[in-house]
Design a protein around this ligand. Structure first.
Ligand SMILES: Cc1cc2nc3c(=O)[nH]c(=O)nc-3n(C[C@H](O)[C@H](O)[C@H](O)COP(=O)(O)OP(=O)(O)OC[C@H]3O[C@@H](n4cnc5c(N)ncnc54)[C@H](O)[C@@H]3O)c2cc1C
Length: 300
């Protein structure tokens, strides 16, 4: 008999949503969380129905309060360091605080780490005025002076997308453009300026972008910039457990949030490029229900 029916690693949108489903199924659940959701620097979260415009802090506080209503759920501020499968079934988790815990099922809801470029000012503006997603933050900067950082096919597609929100748009290719002549013509036809001069930094006041500084010493005054950055998984637990990954680097899951390793589930940003609070909450809820269903099938 394991200590917990399920241990959920990561207590943000996906993890807490799964905990809610499991707590309501009267399962003994432990949620381990280091409290660093990827959207923590953004002032307001948008596009999550009933909570549009809420601060991430308020969302997190409400989610934790709702989950703590259920007596079989324990929330613990601790980091899961290692995960190992036990010979007789179930898993052992060792934590940074020195705890050794066992559970029948695991849910990885650990999210991803955005790998921000070393460009001065970029990190300070991330989520405030350097934005990754127009559905999350585009409406608030509509028809303002916007920039897109990108090049080639991705840069073209991103500029085309952001043009939906503003006609005052500049595409920064950060070096020689790798756009086709046809793409350059299309951008010009839509009034999108292409700047090839390498970037030198983001000029800002407390995260609010003022201008994009270029390597030739000039600056382009702007209100916000959209940029896509690479990511890595937050931690190595999925790798330790032997989970399969997609080509893009997400933990591979099926329609029921099951990974390639039996009894290990994953949900949220760790598993999908479609990053949204709503998507993480939905996936977490599904994982919680499926974990409960498997426990019923195994024990009934
Ligand atoms: C800057 C920014 C702004 C965004 N704005 C919006 C928005 O306005 N609207 C919207 O819908 N979406 C927005 N998103 C996307 C949204 O924030 C994510 O889709 C969502 O946070 C994913 O939830 P998650 O639970 O999968 O991961 P996260 O919210 O990133 O949480 C992962 C949790 O796991 C914890 N953790 C990681 N490893 C361990 C470990 N080993 N042990 C214990 N705990 C661990 C972390 O500390 C963290 O609390 C934004 C994203 C970014 C980056």
């Amino acid at each position: 008999m394991q200590e917990f029916d399920a241990i959920i690693i990561g207590g943000s949108y996906a993890g807490l949503s799964a905990a809610l489903a499991l707590g309501r199924s009267r399962r003994r659940v432990l949620v381990l969380d280091t409290g660093r959701p990827c959207n923590r620097q953004t002032p307001h979260s948008h596009n999550f129905l009933t909570q549009d415009g809420a601060t991430p802090t308020a969302l997190r506080a409400q989610a934790r309060a709702e989950v703590q209503h259920y007596p079989t759920i324990e929330l613990r501020a601790d980091e899961a360091l290692t995960a190992t499968a036990l010979p007789g079934g179930g898993f052992r988790i060792e934590t940074a605080a020195g705890a050794s815990l066992t559970a029948s099922k695991l849910l990885l809801a650990t999210g991803v780490i955005d790998l921000l470029p070393a460009l001065p000012g970029f990190a300070e503006c991330w989520g405030i005025s350097v934005l990754h997603c127009p559905y999350c933050h585009g409406y608030e900067v509509a028809e303002q002076r916007l920039g897109v950082i990108g090049n080639g096919e991705m840069g073209f597609a991103f500029a085309r997308l952001i043009h939906n929100w503003s006609r005052q748009l500049t595409l920064f290719t950060d070096g020689p453009a790798t756009l086709s002549p046809a793409q350059l013509q299309t951008l010009a036809r839509h009034g999108i300026t292409v700047v090839e001069t390498p970037l030198a930094g983001i000029v800002h006041t407390q995260g609010q972008l003022q201008a994009v500084q270029l390597a030739d010493g000039s600056a382009r005054p702007l209100d916000a910039v959209f940029a896509r950055v690479p990511f890595e998984q937050a931690g190595t637990l999925a790798r330790q457990l032997g989970c399969a990954f997609t080509e893009m680097g997400h933990v591979q899951v099926d329609d029921f949030q099951r990974t390639s390793v039996p009894d290990v589930f994953a949900a949220g940003d760790a598993t999908t490029p479609f990053r949204a609070v709503s998507a993480a909450v939905a996936a977490g809820g599904k994982a919680g229900a499926l974990i409960n269903m498997e426990l019923i099938e195994e024990r009934f």
